[in-house]
Write a protein that binds this ligand. Structure first.
Ligand code: MIG
Length: 760
């Protein structure tokens, strides 16, 4: 075995582990930070005192100078194994897109991107791989990232109570180790793998999707419905049926006779359109994209070196080799050309890549079926059941190949988990290159660490089930731990039939997902906000309006994430790692710097228990103050448990039907202040990259108490953007009284004394 050590910013240690010096660790592309130094002495790091026993290399890991655990590294018949011993009560958090509790102990997880349409709690892998986690106790916080783009598996205290056993199916990879505070660990991961992109403001708005709005007429009527009912909405999605025979970058001219005119009509109504783009290119003579790629050798190949053939939506298809820079450039140009008629964003689906079947698989299944006989008894039963499993989970990774930029051939199996990552990267680089100053919007289903630099992730094909609503609350936080700031689940659930109550509760959660999109599958009940009658529509509308009212707050948090790696969504344990009760409180989380949200995820519930950590909290809806601890919070259908932290503020505005700029006509600052609090208000044009040239405004609002008076100060901090004259209203509760006031914001800041409101 072979080890090399490098030091990275954030006191991160990289260990390149190889079976033998000739093995290559394929670059996943996740890490973009530059190493500070090559190190040979480990004494100042968390790893030191290495020794070898029975072919096992053993490092001691320490934390805060104390010996904490041992890390063993050894070769196995299938690759390399790491074993980390942890202690009773240590929590293990992260792993991104995996089902199950926030604390990952007690299960095994796999990393091999898979199109998994059933998110049952037994599943061990989904569409994306984030082999990053932290081990946490009140005494320590250590972060691990196993940067290997092929198959790996992590047994998190499943086989053995206090052991993490990591199996990497390869001969070379990089391990990153760090120690910090929990939110510091995420910020360091982000330092290593790249800052989250700044999205246009309208991506923070409500978004409506359906598989599919199949024609121009339907798209227009859905859009009009939103405006007629005054339900705010910014984005409409076009799923696969807009294409001609599922050929990427085409439009079905029968159903969408004039897409350009349609997009501009929708733009006038305040809607942006995002279209799906799958990786599978239809094999069809005369189809330009196919011909071009075939000619240039841009497709992944089979072992004979000809294009690899598999079946997806377009029928027989080939897959662009996004691992290769030339192919990425070509694809980026194609996407940009396609976007030119007015498409606002690109939605990359099926990029695990998902394969329905290959001709060989069909042949195999045929043989299996032919050989079936009742005489086989239970074996026949087993064989029949095995067929759908084979179809869905067959690993085609050994059957097709990529070419790196130097012409080396690599099997998909070795770099499987970065196919979607590289497709998103290709799209991002193409768009940034062609639309210089526009912020690219790319949604992807499959991802790997670092994805936050290119696009955003949604959690794929969940179902309209209460238990999956809960699962999404947990997953949102696990993803945030691994640096995926901007993500969300299909609101209302994708598969299966939703109902009014579930849609209301999921929408309430959606308000506090960075990505807020309602989407549902073909063949399921309609799920638009008005689908279940007036009673539900009214509440859904109220909550979508709340989202729009909170946009100044959310946009500032988005910018903060972009600048510092501080996520919008934070598990409670980020701020209160010394309080172990936060480790299990995975059905609630912090949203931005001031809010704690505890969604309702149970049918018929009219309230729930909430754990309020560390400080006092104010109920957002009725102003009641709570001491830290467990509380039962009433939350009838038109309400949810939502709290403002003591000594914190929120910046809000009047909700609108859609948003084009992140410059607010009026602002309202609300908060719960017993000594002092401050919040940042970040504004810019909301769509371009001009903020890089100082075309933004960042103001700080501070509230402090002197005697029984509250004072407010507005103070421009940075940026050259001038916002026009506007009112900033205050409504601040000091624990006994509400104080109100108004400030005319002319740009230069100032101080205003708030007045006690006589009646609450
Ligand atoms: O095989 O494009 O996750 O959001 O609506 C299913 C159709 C393909 C899966 C995506 C889903 C999308 C659907 N797609």
């Amino acid at each position: 075995m072979n080890y090399k050590f490098k030091k990275f910013p954030g006191r991160i240690l990289e260990i390149e582990i190889k079976s033998s010096p000739e093995d290559t660790a394929y670059e996943s592309g996740a890490v973009i930070a530059k190493p500070i130094a090559v190190v040979d002495r480990l004494s100042s790091f968390y790893f030191h005192n290495s020794r070898i026993e029975r072919d096992e290399k053993i490092f001691t890991i320490s934390c805060q100078k104390e010996k904490w655990a041992e890390l063993k590294i050894m070769e196995t018949s299938k690759g390399i194994r790491l074993i980390i011993e942890i202690e009773d009560g240590d929590g293990v958090f992260g792993l991104g897109e995996e089902v199950g509790p926030l604390n990952k102990r007690g299960r095994t997880y796999e990393f091999y991107n898979t199109d998994e349409p059933e998110h049952a709690s037994t599943k061990t892998k989904l569409y994306s791989s984030f082999p990053m986690f932290m081990v946490l106790s009140p005494k320590k916080a250590l972060g691990f990232f196993v940067d290997y783009p092929g198959y790996s598996k992590m047994d998190i205290c499943h086989e053995e109570e206090n052991k993490i056993i990591i199996d990497v199916a390869g001969q070379a990879f990089k391990l990153y180790l760090q120690g910090d505070t929990p939110d510091g660990i995420t910020a360091n991961f982000v330092e290593l793998t790249g800052k989250p992109i700044l999205l246009p403001i309208w991506m923070l708005g409500y978004q409506q999707s359906r598989w599919s709005y199949p024609d121009e007429k339907t798209v227009l009527s859905i859009s009009r419905e939103f405006r007629n009912r005054s339900i705010p909405c910014d984005v409409i999605y076009l799923d696969i049926d807009y294409m001609e025979n599922f050929k990427v970058f085409t439009w079905d001219k029968k159903k969408f006779p004039d897409p350009k005119a349609l997009l501009s009509k929708l733009r006038d109504m305040g809607f942006k359109v995002i279209t799906i783009v799958d990786p599978g290119v239809k094999v069809e003579e005369g189809y330009e994209l196919y011909e071009e790629a075939k000619e240039a050798g841009y497709f992944c190949t089979n072992s004979a070196g000809t294009p690899f053939e598999a079946y997806v939506w377009p029928g027989k298809s080939h897959f662009p080799d996004f691992y290769n820079a030339r192919v990425r450039k070509w694809w980026g140009d194609k996407v940009s050309e396609f976007k030119a008629i007015g498409v606002a964003g690109i939605w990359n689906d099926m990029n695990e890549p998902s394969i329905f079947f290959t001709p060989e698989l069909i042949e195999e299944i045929k043989t299996t079926v032919k050989n079936l006989s009742p005489d086989l008894g239970m074996l026949a039963d087993f064989t029949i059941n095995q067929i759908p499993y084979e179809k869905r989970y067959r690993d085609h990774g050994k059957k097709f190949f990529h070419k790196d930029d130097h012409g080396n051939v690599i099997s998909n199996r070795q770099i499987h988990n970065i196919y979607g990552f590289n497709m998103t990267r290709a799209t991002y680089e193409g768009l940034i290159n062609h639309y210089k100053t526009e912020r690219p919007v790319i949604l992807t289903r499959s991802a790997y660490p670092g994805i936050q630099r290119y696009g955003i992730l949604w959690t794929g094909d969940n179902a309209s089930l209460w238990e999956q609503l809960y699962q999404e609350i947990q997953m949102l936080q696990s993803l945030a731990i691994t640096g995926v700031n901007f993500t969300g689940s299909d609101v209302g659930g994708f598969g299966g039939d939703c109902n009014g109550e579930l849609l209301v509760r999921w929408t309430q959660f959606g308000v506090f997902q960075p990505f807020f999109r309602n989407h549902s599958a073909i063949g399921t009940r309609n799920q638009e906000p008005w689908s279940f009658g007036e009673k539900y529509e009214r509440i859904i509308k109220k909550f979508i309006e709340l989202r729009y009212a909170l946009l100044p707050y959310i946009y500032s948090a988005l910018k903060e994430a972009h600048d510092t790696g501080q996520m919008i969504v934070n598990p409670l344990l980020y701020k209160w790692p010394e309080d172990e009760k936060t480790y299990e409180a995975d059905d609630e989380y912090l949203f931005g710097p001031s809010l704690l949200v505890a969604p309702i995820y149970k049918a018929n519930a009219t309230g729930r228990t909430v754990y309020l950590p560390g400080m006092r909290w104010m109920n957002f809806f009725n102003g009641r103050i709570y001491e830290p601890g467990y509380h039962y919070i009433e939350a009838p259908l038109d309400s949810l448990p939502l709290f403002v932290a003591e000594n914190s503020l929120l910046s809000m505005t009047e909700p609108s039907q859609y948003v084009e700029k992140a410059i607010w006509k009026g602002l309202k600052i609300i908060g719960f202040v017993t000594s002092n609090a401050s919040i940042c208000i970040y504004e810019d044009d909301g769509v371009s990259l001009k903020y890089l040239d100082k075309a933004f405004s960042r103001k700080r609002v501070e509230i402090w108490k002197t005697g029984d008076k509250l004072l407010a100060r507005i103070h421009p901090e940075a940026g050259e953007l001038k916002t026009s004259e506007r009112k900033i209203n205050f409504e601040i509760f000091d624990g006994t009284h509400t104080h109100v006031g108004e400030f005319i914001d002319k740009g230069e800041g100032g101080v205003v004394e708030l007045e006690k409101k006589l009646k609450n």
